[in-house]
Design a protein around this ligand. Structure first.
Ligand code: PEP
Length: 316
């Protein structure tokens, strides 16, 4: 099978069962892997065996896969953005739901170029204020009325670099859902330190309870929220969670939803994406897990060929 990022990929299997893809640096994705520098075999003490969803949550095979591309602060110019968009457009229409999150200045080009492809366009963040003296903020109504269908909220970079707390993320979630045409992709995930001391489930549980506070079961049943499980240690590092690890985390997310909403249908219908160094090589094994419903893709979404292969892999 062709390796992701072609000649730059070097895949190392670790004793811990992880796949580390090193050298997957492309011109946009400056990988901040100081964490792993010089350590090709990090040891992760918490391992996960195959795990199934709680019997209270009916197995639901009708969740349409959803693949999203988070462009982050890339590319640097509008001309490059247009090239990327035309590359995506050439991929035609897809069976999975697809969303891209370009930087704000490119949203209008994205909406124009991708019209008719079925690819949805969303924003990487939104404020919770509706209007007024909030310089630099973007209101959900501005996004909705400009044609955006999705907003990405609670990304780990927003949490760690820009100090967004669970409660401020929750205000944004509620403000976005107040716009009838906006859907939310809410990111949750633990840091490496939290992972290593076995806190994955409790961290994700807290982020969900606080992030979704006040959100109605109806909004969830209508599919207006997608959860993206993104272990922080996997984002931009080339270190992909194993399918079993992703599955275990997604089951934990469904358990929290069941406990929060006491409605098995909410837990069963929720689509949960895995995010963290997803590539064309890893997507199929991840998607083979019963509770993995798609992927949130950073670096690879900036290469049309790779992103299109991931979309394809999410369906086949
Ligand atoms: C992300 O930014 O949400 C992400 C998952 O990035 P990457 O795919 O590059 O790890």
């Amino acid at each position: 099978m062709k390796l992701f990022y072609c000649n730059l990929s070097l895949v190392l299997a670790t004793a811990a069962g992880f796949t580390i893809q090193t050298g997957n640096i492309n011109k946009y994705n400056s990988i901040s892997t100081a964490l792993y520098a010089g350590n090709p075999n990090p040891v992760f003490p918490v391992q996960y065996a195959p795990v199934a969803a709680s019997p209270a949550i009916s197995s639901n095979t009708n969740r349409r896969p959803i693949v999203a591309g988070n462009w982050k602060l890339n590319p640097a110019t509008k001309a490059e953005a247009i090239e990327l968009l035309n590359g995506l457009k050439a991929g035609g229409v897809h069976d999975s739901e697809v969303v891209i999150f370009p930087p704000l200045p490119y949203l209008s080009d994205a909406l124009t170029i991708l019209a008719g492809t079925g690819i949805n366009v969303g924003a990487q963040n939104a404020g919770s204020n509706t209007k007024g003296a909030f310089t630099g903020e973007i209101a959900p109504s501005m996004l909705a009325s400009s044609g955006c269908s999705h907003v990405l909220l609670g990304h780990s970079e927003r949490r760690s670099l820009f100090g967004e707390s669970d409660s401020s993320i929750n205000e944004r979630v509620q403000a976005c859902l107040a716009e009838a045409s906006l859907n939310v992709v809410l990111c949750v995930g633990e840091t490496l330190e939290e992972y290593e001391i076995g806190l994955l489930k409790s961290v994700v549980d807290t982020q969900l309870r606080k992030g979704l506070a006040g959100v109605s079961a109806d909004d969830l049943l209508m599919g207006r929220v997608v959860i993206a499980y993104e272990p922080v240690w996997a984002i931009g590092t080339g270190l992909v969670a194993t399918p079993n690890q992703a599955q275990a985390a997604h089951v934990a997310i469904r358990d929290t939803l069941l406990s929060m909403y006491t409605n098995p249908e909410v837990a069963s219908k929720m689509r949960i994406q895995y995010g963290g160094s997803v590539s064309p090589d890893s997507v199929k094994d991840l998607m083979a897990m019963p509770d993995v419903d798609g992927a949130l893709v950073g670096g690879a979404s900036l290469i049309p060929d790779s992103f299109l292969k991931i979309i394809q892999g999410s369906w086949n």
